[in-house]
Write a protein that binds this ligand. Structure first.
Ligand SMILES: Cc1ncc(COP(=O)(O)O)c(C=O)c1O
Length: 290
């Protein structure tokens, strides 16, 4: 029978049996990084890309990630396989380990805490992708290194919770100069006159693995993508908007701050990219369910 399974510092166990020390720096300081990878029909999508970003995030916070990408790939394939879920979402975290509380880093021989767990991929209520979701605008209150996938996510959590309290699905974040960056847990895109815009992959956003796959898909479909900053005013006046992440793939957006985006219906460019990405996933993961 399929079950939620955890790999914790080399041991595999049921997820609910996992324990970490209360002095773990992940808990005390949010001192760590994470990744989320989807398995489709038992096969991972863009696994190497996720693990390369893991290495980049780790070195971005001066944390040594033990082992190699190949070893970690093996751990994840094994864990997802043993979980028994055909469509698993695998979450992994690496922290600077357990040490007496001190802002300064612990000694170099402190082992990091690494864990991965496999759970079923969350499913969206049927019809959501046909109807599209709504966003609520929110100031981007995060730090200067959003390019690293760190576990310090409190501003993201607050933004998403505030959006939810306004009846929206996600928070669309913008800087003091009104430039749209990304959402709380997804990248943001708009379409203007058939051209797709996304914030450039700077320190201001997490360069989504899905984002990179979409740029690739767009190129293959002959759809122009510009990695350019867009102001909130321009974003709100776009023909189409969508958001993307590992969990959502392409998610159409049909309203922002309770006002319709374009026609208020899912747009044709968004639909092409949504289908194109799905086809890419199916092709990469072979007979994955469409
Ligand atoms: C802030 C943020 N931006 C973008 C993304 C999308 O990244 P990916 O496509 O790699 O899942 C995420 C995913 O968690 C995120 O948290």
């Amino acid at each position: 029978m399929a079950q939620d399974l955890l790999w914790l510092n080399g041991d595999i166990m049921p997820l609910e049996e996992g324990r970490v020390n209360v002095q773990d720096r992940g808990l005390l300081f949010s001192d760590g990084i994470y990744e989320v990878i989807n398995f489709y029909n038992g096969k991972p999508f863009t696994l190497r890309e996720h693990l390369e970003r893991w290495e980049k995030s780790a070195s971005g916070i001066l944390l040594d990630s033990p082992g190699t990408i190949e070893e970690r790939m093996q751990v994840l394939m094994d864990l997802a396989g043993k979980s028994g879920y055909r469509n698993a979402s695998v979450y992994g975290q690496l922290t600077r380990g357990t040490a007496p509380r001190n802002h300064l880093f612990p000694s170099n021989d402190t082992p990091p805490t690494e864990f991965w767990f496999a759970r079923p991929t969350p499913e969206f209520t049927s019809g959501v992708k046909e109807k599209g979701v709504s966003l609520a605008t929110h100031p981007d209150e995060r730090w200067e290194h959003c390019e690293f996938k760190t576990i310090s996510l409190l501003p993201n959590c607050l933004a998403k919770e505030r959006a939810k309290r306004q009846g929206a699905f996600e928070a669309l974040q913008y800087l003091k100069n009104d430039i749209v960056t990304e959402c709380s847990a997804s990248n943001a895109w708009c379409v203007r006159d058939g051209v797709v815009f996304t914030h450039p992959a700077t320190h201001r956003i997490l360069n989504g693995i899905t984002r990179m796959a979409i740029i690739d898909v767009a190129y293959a479909l002959g759809i122009e993508v510009r990695e350019e900053a867009v102001s909130l005013r321009e974003f709100l006046a776009s023909d189409e908007v969508f958001i993307s992440s590992t969990t959502m793939e392409v998610m159409p957006v049909t309203a922002i701050d309770n006002k319709p985006v374009g026609s208020g219906r899912v747009g044709s460019v968004t639909t092409k990219l949504m289908k194109g990405l799905r086809e890419r996933i199916v092709a990469d993961c072979e007979a994955a369910a469409v």
